[in-house]
Design a protein around this ligand. Structure first.
Ligand SMILES: [Zn+2]
Length: 247
């Protein structure tokens, strides 16, 4: 029997029968842990809150044969207020789906966990707009997952900053107006280029602390989303749902 303990965030919950659940917990040390929680759906269960989506707590898992089960779960923070705001909740669920996509079992996920917790905390406390939080999370997550875009300067001539620049999601490279290849590229202004550089290269503590006007936030978000979808080549149901709510 293997026993492990770690703080973690519940990023997925599925019902199993009448009273059990299968949850996916994102932990810093072990990456994703999928575990059964017996009796967790019963209203009297002390595990009910701690094993719900977006609950953050201290978990103890026991592995018997091939499956983990939740032995103990002590809740530290639930972000249940988000459930009262359908837009924020949809976005938080998208972040959870991203974590499920980019992390795996036995995986060092410390910064990804911190990124999610920070993003969800900012959402809950209305500290930044949803567009802003989403863009920062997408950009940083891509950088952490081996898809850091090359933002040093124009790919062709090396220009660091020109009035108009273009970002190519397929390659993750930027070009000045003179050198931009033909085809569908994203035209970006200097503030968006600066934001992209800032989020990919700053220390973790600083990544959410910059200001961008509303128009640039939208453009920044379009680019980070296009880049993420291009690199993952998949569809995220939670993102589609978020889009429907925003429209
Ligand atoms: Zn150039």
């Amino acid at each position: 029997m293997i026993k492990i303990s770690a703080p973690g965030l519940v990023i997925r919950e599925q019902s199993i029968g009448e009273s059990d659940k299968l949850i996916t917990v994102l932990t810093a040390k072990y990456g994703l842990v999928r575990a059964f929680s017996r009796g967790a759906k019963k209203t009297k269960s002390k595990k009910l809150a701690a094993t719900s989506l977006l609950a953050y707590g201290e978990f103890t898992f026991v592995k018997t044969k091939d499956a983990f089960s939740v032995e103990d779960a002590l809740v530290k923070e639930v972000f249940f207020e988000l459930r009262e705001d359908v837009e924020k909740m949809a976005l938080a669920q998208y972040f959870c789906e991203l974590a499920n996509e980019f992390c795996e079992e036995d995986f060092e996920a410390e910064e990804i966990l911190r990124l999610l917790l920070n993003g969800i905390w900012l959402l809950k406390n209305d500290k930044k707009t949803t567009d802003f939080i989403k863009a920062v999370i997408e950009m940083r997550l891509m950088s952490l997952s081996g898809y850091m875009p090359d933002l040093v300067g124009c790919e062709q001539c090396g220009a660091y900053e020109t009035e108009k620049m273009f970002f190519v999601p397929e390659s993750g490279k930027i070009y000045c107006e003179e050198c931009a290849p033909s085809g569908f590229n994203y035209r970006v202004n200097a503030s968006v280029i600066q934001a992209m550089r800032y989020v990919t290269l700053s220390d973790f503590e600083k990544i959410f602390s910059f200001v961008l006007n509303e128009e640039s936030q939208k453009l920044f978000g379009k680019i980070t989303e296009a880049y993420l979808l291009q690199k993952t080549q998949r569809k995220f149901n939670t993102l589609d749902f978020y889009r429907v709510i925003k429209s």
